[in-house]
Design a protein around this ligand. Structure first.
Ligand code: SAM
Ligand code: 2KA
Ligand code: SF4
Ligand code: MG
Length: 242
């Protein structure tokens, strides 16, 4: 039976980011990423520090674990990582979730394609700005969006760019300029992913959020934009598994 490298399964919790913020959901986080963003808040999925947490699980085992944790109290499952789009076998998990009438949300950076992406109900694509140290392949990104749009339209897709500085903000605008038809989100970057002082972190991030709101509201070139914080970080700080 085909297996999937899973580093954590948790929930129910709220989706803290993007197009379905506030949605009650379970989470499946896969191990491994083709990127290595300088500020990645989930670097334990790819930098070796979480290697003892990785379990090779069959899609059935993942579904059992979701049921064990969430009982009958959920109808939404979010798959994140790392980059879940590295893993072909997630197609089988998607099938099981669909058979059980789950809605599925996926978080990916848009660097890799899998056919199961066609079956995702809420797909968040998060191209990486300069501060991450990564380079976005816009041709590959456009190709991915064209494929998705041709099959299912684009109502269920969004673009979410994390912003840490002005260069990132300019990059975010470029993403929106190139792909104006896709719902566009700006997300506040958390530049202190190791702090255990929640109060201090929240005060700092709310300040950053206000700054980003002010910038976007005063920007005539950005009309159709949503500006969001990471809600789970405001509620729980840098705690893992929430
Ligand atoms: C950990 S990533 C996993 C999915 C996928 N690799 C991606 O980057 O889209 C999930 C989301 O968290 C965002 N993220 C990662 N580190 C962050 C940070 N320090 N502050 C704000 N958002 C962050 C990513 O941009 C992405 O939208
Ligand atoms: N509550 C909560 N919402 C999230 N939205 C995206 C997350 C992620 O790490 O992909 C995440 C996460 O880790 N927790
Ligand atoms: S692409 Fe996502 S998981 Fe990978 S390093 Fe960047 S933020 Fe982290
Ligand atoms: Mg996260």
């Amino acid at each position: 039976m085909s297996k999937i490298p899973v580093i954590e399964i948790f929930g129910p919790t709220i989706q803290g980011e993007g197009m379905v913020i506030g949605q009650k959901t379970m989470f499946v986080r896969t191990a491994g990423c083709d990127y290595s963003c300088s500020w990645c808040d989930s670097s334990f999925t790819w930098d070796g520090s979480g290697k003892d947490l990785i379990r090779q699980m069959t899609p059935e085992e993942i579904w059992s674990e979701l049921k064990r944790l969430g009982g009958n109290g959920f109808s939404f499952v979010t798959i994140s990582g790392g980059n879940p789009a590295l893993i072909r076998n997630i197609g089988e998990l998607v099938r099981i979730l669909k058979d059980n009438r789950m809605k599925i949300c996926v978080e990916t950076q848009g660097s890799r394609w899998q056919d199961w992406l066609y079956d995702i109900d809420q797909l968040t694509i998060s191209p990486k700005p300069p501060s991450s140290g990564m380079k976005t392949d816009f041709a590959a990104l456009s190709e991915m969006l064209d494929k998705l749009k041709a099959r299912n339209g684009s109502g269920h897709i969004s673009l979410k760019v994390v912003v840490f500085n002005d260069e990132d903000y300019q990059f975010a605008k470029e993403v929106h300029r190139r792909l104006p038809a896709i719902p566009f989100y700006l997300q506040v970057g958390n530049d202190d992913t190791t702090s255990e002082d929640r109060e201090k972190l929240v005060r700092h991030l709310l300040g950053k959020y206000e700054e980003l709101i002010r910038k976007a509201m005063g920007d005539e070139e950005l009309k159709d934009v949503r500006v969001l914080p990471q809600l789970h970080t405001l509620v729980w700080g840098n705690k893992r598994g929430v």
